[in-house]
Design a binder for this molecule. Structure first.
Ligand code: KET
Length: 457
């Protein structure tokens, strides 16, 4: 015991410090005996410092706000009555209010009224029904991988948690530590993968000149990626650009990736939000599963079921055989247990209740389609209003792009101007959340964009 744990010196690593704390906690006598020999090199030194005045944390540097969630922080501080938050990708009604789907309220009612439900811990992997139906939702009920029992699915903390668990798993068990993410991509992607210990590189995705896909650049970059590298793909409704490959382009991407042994990791945060159809939006993922190859998929129910704060999602790893899938699942449990032990029960119960019941499922698809349609109608209204106003520029990308966001092409100075002068909040890369817009607020946004492009260059 004494040899296993070393007390930290003044510049010891975080791991040393954690081990040392463990020693103290376990009451190992070596800890106190070493402390008395050299008091400056013990974990007690910092505690003493705090008694003498300064905070033990006084050297901590203030971190910047998150580039996306920080927009909401700034928005909340603004007292202006005309302020508009087009930052975070969260759906709002025509009245600008958050929406809880009717079907979600109905499912919650059933859950609350069911006295047989208890609050016991879920298994490490989460709610079994939730996992089963989540896999069916993304891969399709008739998926060869599901029928062949080759999918390991674990419930995770929404899309972010699913990506992170997948990243940790890959960092521990996959031979290739390199992941390619699109340029640009959701701002949290590089942080999630780098924090898990993977090396992150980008592949060309968006062409600012055409405001469309840089397909040639994408093929070249993936074509020169080392064999086995992981490739992060947005399943649909690419964030922030709103630009997706066509199905023919997906097929070319699939062939290239399979021929080079690149491992696909799908991020599916917007299933149903691109086209309004859950099945259509899952097509790219299903193409990769249909060829019998392996892949990972992270699902989020934040947007498509409006369960943002419930933190409900799933990670699925499609394997070649049942045996591999069950070994993968056993290792996923070892990733999850020390992180948060097991996932929360409420949100997953809502999702499972809805996915299991044909009636509720149908009700969900209708509500989901209505959200997607409202976003599409906002695109049309914004585009028409900019045209009618004669705002310089070609704004057709607003109606060509899909999903929650429009990548406007406005630069960071123009965005800052719109925030300062018009109280319109959006991410500095010029992304606006179409789901935050309504018929009533379109004219205000058009005024702001018009002023920005004519006055700020
Ligand atoms: N993937 C993508 C592509 C994504 O846009 C988000 C969230 C997530 C995963 C994670 O969502 P979760 O809530 O963990 O299920 N994007 C919006 C919110 C955020 O940044 O957290 C956004 O881009 O505004």
């Amino acid at each position: 015991m004494r040899q296993q744990f070393q007390l930290p010196g003044a510049h010891s690593s975080a791991i040393d410090r954690r081990l040392s704390a463990l020693v103290r906690h376990l009451g190992d006598s070596s800890a106190s005996s070493m402390e008395s020999q050299n008091p400056n090199q013990t974990i007690y030194a910092s505690v003493t410092a705090s008694f003498n005045g300064d905070s033990v944390f006084s050297n901590i540097v203030r971190a910047p706000e998150d580039p996306i969630l920080g927009v909401t922080v700034a928005f909340n501080k603004d007292p202006s009555p005309i302020k508009l938050n087009l930052g975070v990708g969260a759906y709002r009604t025509e009245e600008g209010k958050p929406l809880v789907l009717n079907v979600v309220r109905r499912a919650e009612q059933l859950i609350v009224n069911d006295r047989s439900r208890v609050k016991e811990y879920l298994p490490i992997t989460g709610l079994a029904d939730f996992n089963k139906f989540s896999a069916k939702l993304i891969f399709g009920a008739d998926s060869p991988a599901i029928q062949g029992n080759r999918v390991a699915t674990v419930q995770c903390l929404s899309g972010t948690g699913s990506l992170r668990v997948g990243a940790e798993f890959l960092a521990r068990h996959y031979h290739q530590r390199l992941i390619y993410i699109p340029l640009p991509t959701w701002g949290n992607h590089p942080k999630i993968f780098a924090t898990a210990g993977l090396s992150v590189k980008t592949y060309r995705y968006y062409d600012p000149a055409t405001r469309g896909l840089n397909f040639q650049g994408l093929l070249e970059d993936l074509g020169s990626a080392p064999s086995g590298a992981v490739v992060l793909l947005h399943a649909c409704a690419h964030n922030p650009t709103g630009v997706d490959p066509t199905l023919e382009q997906w097929e070319q991407i699939r062939q290239l990736m399979r021929s080079k042994g690149l491992l696909p990791f799908f991020d599916s945060a917007y299933q149903g939000f691109a086209s309004g159809s859950l099945d259509a939006d899952a097509q790219p993922v299903r193409m990769f599963v249909a060829d019998g190859g392996e892949c990972l998929a992270a699902q989020s129910y934040a947007k498509n079921m409006g369960l943002y704060g419930e933190r409900v999602g799933a990670l699925s790893i499609v394997c070649k055989t049942t045996d591999v899938a069950s070994r993968v699942e056993s290792q996923l449990k070892l990733v999850i247990r020390p992180m948060y032990s097991s996932p929360p029960i409420h949100g997953a119960s809502i999702v499972a209740t809805i996915l299991k019941d044909r009636d509720m499922y149908n009700e969900w698809t209708v509500e989901l389609k209505a959200m997607a349609d409202r976003i599409i109608s906002m695109r049309k209204q914004l585009f028409d209003a900019l045209r009618a106003r004669g705002t310089p520029g070609d704004w057709s990308h607003i109606i060509k792009q899909i999903g929650m966001f429009t990548f406007t092409g406005l630069n960071s100075e123009q965005v800052a101007f719109m925030t300062n002068e018009y109280h319109i909040y959006m991410t500095s890369d010029g992304r606006i959340s179409m789901a935050g817009l309504s018929s009533k607020t379109v004219p205000h946004l058009v005024d702001a964009i018009h002023a920005a492009v004519t006055r700020v260059v």
